[in-house]
Design a binder for this molecule. Structure first.
Ligand code: COA
Length: 195
């Protein structure tokens, strides 16, 4: 999908792996998220891995992998993480384009909802609301407002409640972005992370 002046979003391919790793390392200033991407790539099914490319250079990346809602294993829900745009290209709509394209792809795959652990102000623009409003919690101990959900199929979460479990790769990477950074302004979290 071509968005504007040279920016396009497409599925990741094997030859992109090094470039995707570099995006996460530069955006987060550490390697934890890049390692998470590699683990999910190898283990999660299905996994959605999309990148943003500007005139041949990878400038952003998003990954979505299935989560399980306790008591409702038949619900088709994706977890959004991680998401990154290289610092020099942030605040130009690339992250938003990746999220919205990710939603479209999730719908094509038959997924009904997406959860995310992150900054409420950033994710609200995509329709995310606190999952607690649906009686949905997170396996990680995170601020309530930081764990959010959006329905891709209207009404799919009515009468549904439970606790969301992420892919095991997230537990293996328990110091990774979503749980530890949740609820903090992104810049504040960056400083705490030593960047
Ligand atoms: C979060 C991130 C992916 C957003 O990507 P992006 O391409 O900059 O996002 P967009 O251009 O679509 O920005 C949309 C809005 O996000 C906000 N935003 C973007 N980066 C921000 C940041 N670092 N801190 C606070 N707000 C930010 C902007 O206010 C912008 O709103 P505006 O359009 O009203 O100015 C990017 O900043 C990033 O890679 N950050 C480091 C990694 C990270 O924190 N990932 C998310 C983990 S939950």
């Amino acid at each position: 999908m071509v968005l504007s002046s040279g920016l396009s979003i497409r599925a990741e391919e094997e030859q992109d792996w090094v470039g995707v790793q570099a995006v996460h390392e530069s955006a987060f200033g550490r390697s934890a998220e890049a390692r998470l991407v590699a683990m999910l790539r190898g283990q999660a099914r299905p996994v959605l891995s999309l990148l943003a490319e500007n005139t041949g250079v990878i400038v952003g990346h998003i990954m979505l992998s299935p989560v399980v809602l306790s008591g409702h294993p038949q619900r088709q829900i994706m977890g959004l993480a991680p998401l990154a745009v290289v610092p020099a290209r942030q605040r130009r709509g690339i992250g938003s384009a990746l999220v919205r394209t990710g939603f479209e792809q999730c719908q094509h795959l038959g997924f009904e909802a997406v959860v995310v652990l992150g900054h409420p102000v950033y994710y609200r623009r995509f329709g995310f609301t606190p999952a607690a409003r649906f009686g949905i919690g997170c396996e990680y101990d995170v601020p309530e407002e930081a764990f959010m959900v959006v329905e891709l199929r209207s009404g799919c979460l009515s009468g549904v409640s439970g606790k969301v479990a992420y892919h095991a790769a997230f537990s293996a990477m328990s110091r990774c972005a979503p749980p530890s950074r949740a609820g903090k302004p992104m810049q504040e979290a960056s400083q705490e992370d030593g960047r």
